[in-house]
Each structure stands twice: as C-alpha cells, then as structure tokens.
Design a protein around this ligand. Structure first.
Ligand code: OAD
Length: 263
C-alpha cells in the first residue's frame, strides 16, 4: 500500500483539548503494567519536545513552509534534486544536534525492564527511539540518516565510493543518492509493515502518540488494533483524526505523559 495522506496534507491541526486528569493516567498506568503485549505507534509529536519540528502543526510544521509533493516524493526529487537534497541535509543537521526526550527514554527503559512486551512502531525517521535505547524499532517511513540509490543500482554503484555533490552520485554512471526515507506514493518496507501489523493485531493496548493520524497506511494500525480487541489510547496535545477510533484520548505532551505512564 503506497504512502498517502488521508485528506489534504496541508490541513491545519484541530483545536487543543483539556489536559488529562491524574486519575485517568493512574488507571491507564495499571492497565499497562498488567498487559502482556503493548504496541506504541509514534509520530512527529513524539520528537517535538526534543526540538524536531512536526509536519502539520500550524505555524511551526514543515508543511506550513514546504509543499510535501515537492519535498517528499520521487517526482519532486527528480525535478529539483539539489533543493530536496539540501532540505534533507538541513533536517539531518537538526536531528544531529537534538537528544531523545523524557518520553523516548521512558519507553526505552520500560521495554528493557519488561523484555518482549513492547513493540515500538514509528513514522519518525529521526532515529531518536533507537538512540534512547529502544530495540527492534519498526521504522515505517525509513531512516533519515541513511542513503540509498535513486535508480536501481548497477554494478558500478558503490555507497562507499560516491562523487561528492548535492546530491552525491555514482562517479561512473551518475546514479544519484537519495535519503532512505519513504516518500508519498512509495510502498513501506514490506517486512517492517508486516511486523507492525502483527504487533498491532497482537497488542492488548496500543498507544498512538504524537501523530495527526493523517497518513496511511500507518494510521490504519489504530483501526487494525481496535478490530483485534485492543484498548487504543491516543496521546496528543490536540484532537486528531484517530480520536474516533480510540477507546480513550489522553491530552498532554509525550515527554510528560509517557514518563507518568511507564516510570
Ligand atoms: P504531524 O505533523 O502530522 O502530526 C504531529 C502531531 O503531534 C499533531 O497531532 C500534534 O498535535 C502532535 N503533537 C505536537 N507536539 C506534541 C507533543 N509534545 N506531544 C504529543 N503530541 C504532540 O506528524 P505525523 O503524524 O508524524 O511523512 O505525520 C505523519 C507523516 O506525515 C510523517 O511521517 C511524514 C509526514 O508527511 C513523510 O514525510 C513521508
């Protein structure tokens, strides 16, 4: 299934909701402690408190400044390779200078002390869950810090020997390097998607953290989990497109609520 927004990718975020009450947090904390399998689906809001911009937040989101079809599609890259490469270079510089936040760290600590009970599935390409110490992270949209070839690599294409440029290229055939992220219209890595579907189907609780739920197939994991009987919890600072699917919505930031639920 190709990566696609559910509606207008530029649509503004919905309004803020009242903050989660401590009783609600305590009850969910107990449910999580008792669950054999927990899945966590994260989006850009997970890394917002680390200093990484989101995509659809009103004035600070990337898509309020850039056109996703130009910056996150193969056609956009082929049309303006230098411009798109440099935008990803800028995003790489942003994530190189930030650190995992208290939310990433709480998930990583809990998964280490409760081995085999938590699957972390992320739409984020920033690697912050992995840097926090979560193992086996399912990175649905790829990894920003890695590159791959734009066209099918030939025998001359060697990632260790590239001609410098914006973007770098194969010195023999001119094949261009591109970031190893999933762009709109492209398929998610099949094995990662299958593992994510399985984790959603097998979860007793699915936490949907810091995502607008505007991009499929990732957002569909909430429906998959709910149909399989999971308690689906949306954790976000604002209303999302997945609130209607959720068993429960907790309003608050990822870096505040995840430590309260797991530490
Ligand atoms: P969005 O920018 O669409 O949504 C970010 C969500 O995080 C919003 O619902 C915010 O309300 C919420 N949020 C912001 N700060 C938060 C915080 N501190 N704690 C909790 N929630 C917070 O980002 P995604 O849903 O991740 O794909 O977007 C999905 C995909 O669309 C991305 O992977 C990207 C984008 O286009 C590609 O570029 C291919």
């Amino acid at each position: 299934m190709p990566l696609a927004p559910s509606s207008d990718p530029l649509s503004a975020s919905p309004p803020a909701r009242p903050v989660a009450a401590s009783g609600e947090v305590q009850a969910l904390r107990q449910r999580l402690a008792a669950a054999c399998q927990i899945a966590v689906l994260t989006g850009a809001g997970m890394s917002a408190e680390s200093g990484v911009p989101t995509f659809r937040d009103d004035s600070s989101g990337y898509w309020s400044q850039f056109n996703p079809q130009e910056m996150a599609s193969e056609a956009g890259f082929r049309a303006h390779p230098q411009r798109v490469w440099n935008w990803y270079a800028h995003r790489r510089a942003v994530i190189a200078r930030v650190e995992p936040n208290a939310g990433h760290l709480a998930l990583a600590r809990w998964s280490r002390t409760h081995e085999g009970r938590m699957s972390v599935i992320t739409q984020n390409v920033d690697g912050l869950h992995q840097r926090a110490g979560s193992a086996g992270v399912l990175a649905l949209h790829g990894e920003l810090m890695r590159n791959r070839w734009l066209d099918r690599p030939r025998s001359c294409c060697d990632l260790q020997r590239v001609a410098p440029g914006e973007p770098p290229s194969c010195p023999v055939c001119g094949n261009l390097l591109r970031p190893a992220v999933v762009w709109f219209g492209e398929a998610l890595p099949a094995s990662v998607w299958q593992a994510a579907e399985q984790a959603a189907q097998g979860a007793e609780v699915l936490l949907v953290v810091g995502t607008s739920g505007a991009v499929y197939p990732a957002a569909g994991l909430a429906q998959i989990a709910r149909r399989s009987g999971a308690h689906v919890v949306v954790i976000n600072t604002q209303a999302t497109e997945l609130d209607a699917v959720a068993s429960q919505c907790l309003t608050g930031s990822a870096a505040r609520l995840l430590p309260a639920l797991f530490d």
